[in-house]
Write a protein that binds this ligand. Structure first.
Ligand SMILES: Cc1cc2nc3c(=O)[nH]c(=O)nc-3n(C[C@H](O)[C@H](O)[C@H](O)COP(=O)(O)OP(=O)(O)OC[C@H]3O[C@@H](n4cnc5c(N)ncnc54)[C@H](O)[C@@H]3O)c2cc1C
Length: 403
């Protein structure tokens, strides 16, 4: 029985699927709704290529140099508002498209699943903009990347750090015409849970016809208090919209509180800039403490440049953005995800054991709710703080009267 890597380590990059010379590996959903490779044992010739391209079998040496770090906002306000942070991804992608290159990234397909795809023009680039908090399906995308590279096309490949590391392992050589951008990553939630969540949501709407738009990072209530936005069309042609803060939306809460995340993310093999990307981008959380003049609540990107290729591209695009160089530590401090593993939510296993027989939003809510004892302790603590506040105030008032 051939095993590529242990299940808990597999990141679903799909390098093994495309590398297999017998095409006997496919990706199938497990009970938690995540994709894993499945080998058709009767066709397997045990050549070992799948294990060789698996990123778990070892990655390239990590550089010890501190990345150059910048705070950036795209000068075009519309682009910034369509993007999750400061719109820096668009600036890089536009440059590659203008050089007649091709850009790979994550987009929704017609079923509202998140998949990796390529675009070669500015109109289609819209589809890649914005974070989709669902693990994207890679399909045979690494193979397409390789074909373009071999045909000397300039390629920008963007994705999570493990998707970049998977691509590098699959390619097994450096290409001068490839530039890679990864995202600071909190981990990826289950595609099947998202599907169930959408089904539940749309079935609540009477006379529902179809989903029109989904945004995980709507900025109408500000970048810091970003919202999950969903627009649906009804059978009578009218539209129905919901927009809920990430602190209230149950899907987002389940993701951000580490309930819905893939097992390999809890021991992610690509933390701390180890994926080998040229550029890493993320939200510059905490910008208000370091650069208050950039902090207008419309989103600021933090950019880490980790290679000469990344530096060259950044030099070309920086005129599109307002750019301030900052220290590596300032860029990293607001984002523990860069080099710290996530802790699984204590009820993660319980959730995935039972979700299929439950109403998924209610079950997320149930799993996230605090036990009664903890709630009482928190309530008492809050009362004490309030009471002390009051006593101090009363004391001061009495003192003032006596004086
Ligand atoms: C799953 C996930 C977790 C993240 N976690 C953090 C975090 O903890 N801290 C932080 O600072 N930033 C995180 N980010 C990155 C952040 O949300 C922004 O994507 C990033 O700052 C770039 O924003 P932008 O404004 O430059 O461009 P945007 O237009 O917002 O970025 C679009 C880019 O995101 C890629 N992308 C979108 N969805 C996916 C997906 N599901 N899988 C792979 N690539 C995708 C697109 O291909 C494109 O490259 C995360 C992003 C994702 C997708």
């Amino acid at each position: 029985m051939v095993e590529i890597c242990s299940k808990g380590d597999c990141v679903a990059c799909g390098a093994c699927v495309v590398a297999c010379p017998k095409k006997c590996i496919s990706m199938v959903y497990d009970q938690e709704g995540f994709l894993y490779p499945n080998i058709n044992q009767s066709d397997c010739i045990d050549c070992g290529l799948c294990r060789k391209v698996c990123l778990i079998s070892g990655m390239q040496e990590k550089s010890n140099n501190k990345p150059l770090t910048f705070a950036c906002v795209h000068r075009n306000k519309d682009i910034r508002m369509q993007s999750s942070s400061g719109g820096s991804f668009s600036a890089f992608a536009e440059q590659i498209i203008n050089e007649n290159g091709i850009v790979f990234g994550a987009q929704f397909n017609s079923e509202w699943e998140v998949v990796h795809a390529s675009v070669d023009n500015l109109i289609d680039l819209e589809k890649l903009k914005g974070s989709k908090y669902v693990q994207s399906k890679m399909g045979e995308i690494y193979f397409n990347v390789q074909s373009y590279l071999k045909n000397n096309k300039k390629v920008l490949f963007s994705g999570t750090p493990c998707q970049i590391a998977g691509l590098k392992k699959f390619l097994r050589r450096e290409y001068e015409n490839l530039i890679t951008i990864d995202l600071v990553c909190h981990g990826v939630p289950s595609p099947q849970i998202f599907k169930l969540y959408l089904l539940e949501h749309t079935s609540k709407i009477k006379k529902f016809s179809k989903i029109e738009k989904i945004s995980f990072r709507d900025k109408r209530n500000g970048w810091k208090n970003y919202s999950f936005y969903l627009k649906s069309q009804l059978k009578n042609g009218k539209f129905f919209e919901t927009c809920e803060s990430n602190k209230r939306n149950l899907y987002m809460r389940g993701y951000l509180e580490n309930l819905l995340v893939r097992p390999s993310c809890y021991n992610c093999p690509t933390k701390g800039f180890s994926a080998g990307s040229d550029i890493t981008i993320g939200d510059f959380w905490g910008v208000e403490n370091i650069l208050p003049r950039l902090s207008d609540n419309n989103g600021v990107s933090v950019i880490f440049i980790t290679s000469d290729k990344g530096k060259k591209l950044f030099e070309l695009v920086k005129k599109q953005m307002m750019v301030v160089q900052i220290s590596f530590e300032d860029g990293k401090n607001g984002n523990s995800e860069i080099d710290r593993w996530l802790l699984p939510h204590p009820k993660r296993d319980l959730f995935f054991k039972n979700y299929s027989s439950r109403h998924v939003s209610n079950y997320i809510k149930y799993c996230l709710s605090l036990p009664f004892k903890k709630k009482v302790i928190l309530y008492i603590r809050k009362c004490i703080v309030l009471l002390f506040g009051k006593i101090t105030y009363e004391h001061l008032k009495n003192l003032m009267v006596r004086i």
